[in-house]
Design a protein around this ligand. Sequence first.
Ligand SMILES: N[C@@H](CCC(=O)N[C@@H](CS)C(=O)NCC(=O)O)C(=O)O
Length: 215
Amino acid sequence: MVVKVYGPVYASPKRVLVCLLEKEVEFETIPVDLLTGENRRPEFLKLQPFGSLPVIQDGDYTLFESRAIIRYYAEKYKSQGTDLLGKTMEDQGLVQQWLEVEAHNFEPPVLNLVRQIMFSSFYGLTGDKKVIKESEEKLGKVLDVYEDRLSKSKYLAGDFFSLADLSHLPFTNYLVGPVGKEHLIKERKHVSAWWDDISSRPSWKKVLDTYGLPF
Ligand SMILES: N[C@@H](CCC(=O)N[C@@H](CS)C(=O)NCC(=O)O)C(=O)O
């Protein structure tokens, strides 16, 4: 059965796609255009009542929220493709811990920068300078914690690539690209080496080559 993934060009769906590639799970993608409001149509809201991407359909099973989806596939295909969960209970706890950090500490300030810089520029607007400054400062403090952690282990949860690292790919890609804040990564030696490593994985390169940026 081929997994259907809705909305491939956007960042959160890419989190799912890179996970499916790592897990060697076959999938097909279904475009959903946020700019024309396709995500607000009744057919789509039946799948995802909040109108957000991604959603997957696996046979008659439907799941939304990108991190729930990657946890589901990492567990469902535990012994297939890359193990993204960790071998011991302790490693698994650390994977889940850093996955939560990505969702609650890392993504919010990055998302503010994406909205204020990348989306604003797309709509010909100027972003809010105060929000940009505060978000950059907040993100800098988060990345200082990452720098310390990554000086002790190659990846966030230990010396193995996991969901915790994978989950950072889509929004860090915006940060170093269209948001223009690559220096936040580059000026931190261990964070920079980690980013070079995870962003050069064939799975991620394939996602970017195939689906590019949304605009
Ligand atoms: N927490 C959700 C966030 C999903 C999300 O915000 N997706 C964006 C695309 S990257 C979206 O669909 N935005 C339009 C909307 O929510 O109306 C997840 O990780 O799946």
